[in-house]
Structure formats: C-alpha cells, structure tokens
Design a protein around this ligand. Sequence first.
Ligand SMILES: O=C(O)[C@H]1NCC[C@@H]1O
Length: 381
Amino acid sequence: MDVFELLLDQNPATRTVNVVDMHTSGEPTRIVVKGYPELDGNTLLEKRRCAGEKHDDIRQRLMREPRGHGEMYGAILVPETELTRSGDADIGVLFCHNEGYSTMCGHATIALGRFLIDTHDLDIFPRRNALQHDETTGLTALRLHAPCGVVHLSVYTDDGHSDATRSVSFLGVPSFVTARDLEVEIPRAVQWKRLRDAQRSRVKVDIAYGGAFYALVSAEELGFPGGVRAASGATLAEFDEATAALKRILYPRKALFAHPTEPDLEYLYSVMVVERTPKGEVGLCFFAGQQIDRSPTGSCVMARVALAVEQGRLKMGEGCEYESVVSLLNEGNGFRGTAVEQVPEGVIVKVEGRAFYTGASSFVVEEHDMMPTGFTIALPP
Ligand SMILES: O=C(O)[C@H]1NCC[C@@H]1O
C-alpha cells in the first residue's frame, strides 16, 4: 500500500493527527494542531472532561511509546471556549501528560507563545489576526485560556514572526499558599531508605498553587544531604521513590488543595524538590505519573514566587532565577519569576523563558495495529 494514503484517513478512530514539537529549557511540548475531534461542552473545563472521557486514546497515542515517550507533554488547542466567545481570551488550550490532563503548564505556555504568533493558519487559530501588536515595544499580546484561567502572554514579534532570541513572558492566574512548614508524618511502611537512615519519620513541606497545586520540599528534608543537584542515576530513582510516597500521603488531604472557585482544580499535581541558590532556586519536579520536568516548571515558579512573597523573601516588583537540574547545564536556559501584583486572590507572577521548535509530525494508526494507543514501560529500579 501507499503509506501516504494513511495520512488522508478520515476515520475518527484512526485519522491523522498533526503536531508541532517544541522544547522549553529541554521540556517537550507536542502541540496538536490538526486532526483532534471537536470537544463537547460549553466551558473549557467541560471540554477537559470530554477529552478524558471520549478521546483519551488520542492523548495516549501521542504521549506514549512508540509515537511518544514517558516524558512527553502535550498541548491541545481549543479555538472556541466560553472566554473566547465573551472576548476575554484569544484561544483555549488543554494540557496533557503521561497520566491525563493538567490545569496549568508554564513551559508549554511559553512554547505556545511562539507557535501561536508564528501560525497564520486561521483553521488552527481563528483569532490570530485580531492579536494586538505594539510597534513601540515590539510585543504582541496573547490571552490564552488555560483550564486554571486566562494567562496573559507577551511575545516579541518581528514582521509577524516570533523572535527566537528573546524570552516569551506570561502573567499567570493569582497564585497563593495553602500551607507553610507543614509537618508530614511518613508511616513506617512507606518510608524510603534515606529517611530511615536519617532516623526521621517527619518531613516538612509547603503547599502552594500556581494554576496547579504543588508540594514543595527540600532535598535535605527528604534525607538527601547532597541537595537536589546530586539527583542523577540511582539517586534520581531514590528521589522518585521519596516524592511518590509523599504524594500518596498528601493526595487524600483535600483541605490542603482548596481552590476558591473551581473544584476541578483541587488536587495535588506534583511534589517538587527545591533548593535555594544565590540567584534564586533550582528544582526537580515530579508531576502527574512521576514525570520529571526538564524545565524549571513555570506553574511552580508561580507557586514558589507566591511562597517567597509570603515568607518575605520577595517583594512586589522583585524576581529571581529558577533553574531545573537540566536547565542548569546551559547558561540562560532557565526561567525568571517576578512578583508583579498582590490581588485579593493571591499574587500575579510574571514568568519568562525561551522555547524552540524541534519538528513537526503526522501520526497515523494503521487499521490492524495491535497497540493503537501505545504503551508505557516501567523499568525495574
Ligand atoms: O512548566 C510547567 O508549568 C509544567 N512543565 C511540566 C509540568 C508543569 O505543568
């Protein structure tokens, strides 16, 4: 058969899905640009539920092997939402990962800032031509409706194209802290070796929201005196075990993850191991099904800036540098987070970072493929 015939397949169960791939500080974003079915629901959160209930096969196909991999991250564009209709947003997005659909993603937002400027295909982004460009600053403003709310991006634009040499920035939804210095008792049965070796059974964490809920913990609290930068090889597996155990313990404590208006946002997304540096922080973020974020985790930059403000480490107008263990490898590859404004619901945080294109693909599923939704592989520790 002619393999390219597959690309013309219109069967909803198998039809071609087109994606553009980017990375932000090393973390991938697979942007679904064509072939995704229309989602049911009036609101973006209803559409998010529909994606999980009716079209999860597509997420699995794109996020898992052999078309993706266990650390893949996705962005599904949603041209029409309740806020694009009311004129409060330009386009919507759903974020997805190895386990399901998240509520906020900073690294993907930064990637989308560039992609949405660069696409001039009105089927992909119907309101593209209505974006406001400021000739004096060279910035184009873009309002992205994420599941957590509207995120306001600013993208340097030249002649209708994003400027790859400059950072994309965004102002997030109000970020806030729900618990500080919370002592968590770790039952003996799930204590990890380093904690047992340190003869401790308690771990101190902070809980903060930046469009998604994060538990923030230092490496030392988890029993790793070498800090987060010691995370490689076998130590990485130990960090994985420790953060997974902590997440299992915290997850059912719903009161820690209370959102003022939206029950769909009330869950623990990630445990992030953080360490102060002279210029800011370096972190190791385990999120969703223990994926490791290669980027400094933009939504957790929001959460950490809110925490730093509450702790008196940052004032309005001040910011610092956020790195991941991967972004640290290249100078200037991290994010900057700045406390911009205190509002009644929390702190508005500006996050800045850079993203780059890595490719574009058309994914198909052959009729007789025995693993149409792919698979994940768990390697023994
Ligand atoms: O940058 C972020 O916010 C994200 N990166 C992967 C996990 C988080 O959603």
